[in-house]
Design a protein around this ligand. Structure first.
Ligand SMILES: Cc1cc2nc3c(=O)[nH]c(=O)nc-3n(C[C@H](O)[C@H](O)[C@H](O)COP(=O)(O)OP(=O)(O)OC[C@H]3O[C@@H](n4cnc5c(N)ncnc54)[C@H](O)[C@@H]3O)c2cc1C
Length: 402
């Protein structure tokens, strides 16, 4: 089913199409060799796509969420791991651009300007074994030292750690005045106190090289702390600047894998002369419907975020539930699409020499990415029943203004 896109979306997709063939060509090799796609990143930079969501007046292409999502989908149809890694860079920049438009905050302008000059690549390194990735707490610790904090702990799933020049991470700080806090920190990965351990050997999404990261007394200056949240609390800023952008960007990436698999399946169907078979048409229609549902949900979310309606009309918990809904619909449908396509592709779907097999493995990662199905349903169900899953941080609480 051809999409109805507006002029700006089409323009950004034309740009994306310049890098798509090379990404598709390399995806199998990076998957097989378990290597980070530096070559893809170079292509993205040359095409200007690393600046996609940076405001035009700060050197970027000025894409909003409604334009970023189709770009992620298209990239993922060619190289899912590259698209996911790229999402970790381009989505936070888009969120900061939206906040900068509203607040004009100079520190945000500085970071966006660096990105607008292609001098910055981001990674968001928050995940830890045994800590839910909803920014409620961390096992990694921050202790006070002169002029800042020392950070110690281990993170896993550190996508983009191979290439990023600025990392956002989290650590727990026992504040003597305000109690236990979760600090959100910006880290320069070139300073001493960081080791990347090559632990990444996974079923799919292998080229993200989301290795473990160990912080061993890493010094972060005072100004590197961008947020301080009471431990165990939901937070409006986390929702607005992180989850409202990561959830749909993951949704778009996994939708893209399924869309790429459909393209490949259609080529197989045509080659085998099966296009006239009503059973094949039925399967293809099921897949097209699920893809269009995903795209509709994604675009509605983009409109709600860009207009600030999501933040203005919903509670923080409801907003988190809504982000979970978007991500879960997309990733669940993407996995279901791959299974439905097996009905028409048959044995070719199982062959290592064909891209479908890689796409099938890649798509499984969507199901465990945040916000996962279980947590998403808890947020949605509890909100409908007026039950608080966690307290919400009071913006006026001492220390929360950092
Ligand atoms: C390809 C890929 C790339 C990623 N990149 C990044 C990245 O760049 N940065 C980053 O920060 N993270 C990243 N992540 C990690 C992600 O953010 C999550 O942290 C991770 O997927 C969660 O892993 P987990 O299932 O072990 O988490 P857990 O939260 O430990 O959950 C484990 C299981 O326990 C269940 N569970 C938890 N609590 C309960 C309960 N109370 N009752 C019942 N069941 C419960 C959960 O539903 C889940 O099934 C990435 C993940 C993937 C797959």
């Amino acid at each position: 089913m051809r999409q109805c896109l507006d002029e700006r979306q089409q323009r950004f997709l034309s740009l994306t199409d310049k890098v798509v063939p090379a990404l598709a060509e390399r995806a199998g090799r990076h998957d097989r060799d378990n290597t980070f796609p530096f070559d893809d990143y170079n292509d993205l930079r040359e095409a200007g796509l690393l600046r996609l969501t940076v405001p035009e007046e700060l050197g970027g292409l000025g894409a909003g969420q409604a334009e970023m999502l189709p770009v992620l989908e298209r990239l993922a149809s060619a190289g899912a791991a590259t698209a996911l890694a790229y999402a970790m860079h381009v989505a936070p920049l888009g969120s900061w651009a939206l906040t900068w438009r509203r607040t004009g905050a100079p520190p945000l302008a500085q970071v966006l300007q660096l990105a607008g000059q292609d001098r910055l690549v981001l990674a968001a390194i928050a995940s830890e074994i045994g800590t839910s990735n909803l920014f409620l707490d961390a096992k990694t610790t921050a202790t006070r030292t002169e002029g800042g904090y020392r950070i110690t702990g281990r993170k896993n799933f550190a996508t983009n750690s191979s290439v990023a020049t600025m990392w956002a991470t989290t650590a727990r700080y026992e504040d003597p005045d305000h109690g236990a806090r979760l600090l959100v920190l910006l880290v320069d990965p070139s300073v001493p106190g960081i080791t990347i351990e090559q632990t990444w050997d996974t079923l799919g999404m292998r080229a993200t090289q989301s290795n473990d990261v160990v912080f061993d007394g890493l010094f972060v200056p005072e100004h590197g702390v961008v947020q301080s949240i009471p431990v165990g609390h939901f937070d409006a800023q986390v929702l607005e600047t992180i989850i409202c952008w990561t959830a749909p960007s993951f949704g778009a990436v996994y939708t893209g894998i399924a869309a790429g698999a459909l393209d490949w399946a259609i080529a197989q169907i045509r080659r085998r002369g099966l296009a006239g078979d009503p059973r094949v048409q039925d399967a293809v229609a099921d897949v097209e419907i699920m893809l269009e549902v995903n795209r509709s949900v994604l675009q509605r979310h983009a409109a709600e975020v860009s207009s600030h309606r999501l933040m203005e009309q919903l509670t923080v918990q409801e907003g988190l539930g809504r982000c979970a809904f978007v991500k879960n619909v997309c990733t669940n449908n993407a996995a279901a699409i791959m299974t439905r396509l097996l009905d028409v592709v048959g044995g070719a779907a199982y062959m290592r020499g064909q891209p479908f097999e890689r796409m099938w493995r890649d798509v499984q990662a969507g199901l465990i990415m945040p916000i996962n199905n279980r947590t998403g349903k808890e947020l949605i169900g509890a909100s409908s029943l007026d039950v608080a899953v966690a307290p919400v941080a009071d913006l006026q609480m001492p220390g929360s203004e950092r």
